[in-house]
Design a protein around this ligand. Structure first.
Ligand code: UTP
Length: 262
């Protein structure tokens, strides 16, 4: 059972600037509370006991909301803060990604936190609404195969092209992952911001070169997929991409009126 989760929230959120006006997109209200609180709740309901928020120094509203401090003592100095959620207590640690060098770079900041074990990774701008927490669904696939897992759903072409296309091989195994595909689409399975990072993912991330000034998690996963070391989980649930204006609009209109507020 996976007990730790990394939630990267240090991105610049350029697509959302006209909505956030420079504030953290992860803290935009959805259903009466910050989007990120939905994601932390998903992790807690999936049995996660320790969360690492990889954040940036200017997003002070994040530690203020979860830990009542603007400048938290960081995980590398041995600090975590308790947070109570749905009757469970989780420890939250903070680390700063000094420059927004991509989601892969943010995840690799958590290598020490992972301490050689598999960890869940939840992107901080993808809110999931599901009967069984999406992270728990990925955990099941991990426990069957003990390799990295990528959460997917079948999506229309424009969505797949805006994230990553996951090309399946036999059963639940992945043969390749193509970030923001531009050529012919061979798979409509889109990677939607939920992963299990096996220890090998951190090794692959260390070996990654930057692309457009960033290191992408999917590039590291693609290297492992080619070696037959990645599975996918076609999860049940609805994903709201609050990192894009359209996705955020959909999240507030559907979640504000469907009584998911807790
Ligand atoms: P995105 O690629 O959706 O975020 O990353 P972004 O870079 O902020 O978005 P745009 O393209 O500029 O609009 C998914 C998650 O990874 C985090 C983001 O905060 C988001 O929660 N992230 C991204 C980091 O923590 N660090 C980064 O360098 C990039």
């Amino acid at each position: 059972m996976i007990k730790k989760a990394i939630i990267p929230v240090a991105g610049r959120g350029t697509r959302m600037l006209r909505v956030t006006n420079g504030k953290s997109k992860e803290m935009l209200p959805v259903g009466g509370r910050p989007a990120l609180s939905w994601i932390v709740e998903e992790a807690v309901l999936a049995g996660i006991e320790e969360i690492l928020l990889v954040t940036s120094r200017d997003k002070k509203e994040i530690p203020l909301y979860f830990s009542n401090v603007e400048d938290p003592k960081t995980y590398d100095r041995g600090y975590t803060y308790p947070y109570d959620c749905r009757g469970k207590r989780v420890q939250i640690g903070y680390l700063y990604q000094e420059r927004a060098l991509g989601s892969g770079n943010a995840v690799s900041c958590g290598e020490e936190f992972a301490a050689g074990e598999a960890v869940a990774v939840l992107f901080g701008d993808d809110v999931m609404v599901s009967d069984v927490p999406v992270t728990a669904q990925l955990n099941e696939v991990y426990l069957r195969n003990r390799v990295a897992v990528v959460g997917v759903q079948t999506m229309p072409e424009e969505v797949v092209r805006s994230c990553a296309s996951v090309i399946p091989s036999d059963g639940e195994w992945v043969s390749a992952i193509v970030e923001k595909p531009t050529g012919e689409l061979t798979s409509h399975l889109a990677s939607l911001g939920r992963f299990v990072a096996s220890p090998e993912v951190f090794v692959a991330l260390r070996e990654q070169e930057t692309r457009n000034g960033e290191i992408w998690l999917t590039d590291a996963l693609n290297i492992l997929a080619k070696k037959g070391k990645v599975c996918y989980c076609n999860f049940e649930g609805i994903r709201y991409d609050v990192g894009s204006p359209d996705g955020y609009q959909r999240a507030i209109s559907e979640l504000n009126s469907h009584g998911y507020d807790s």
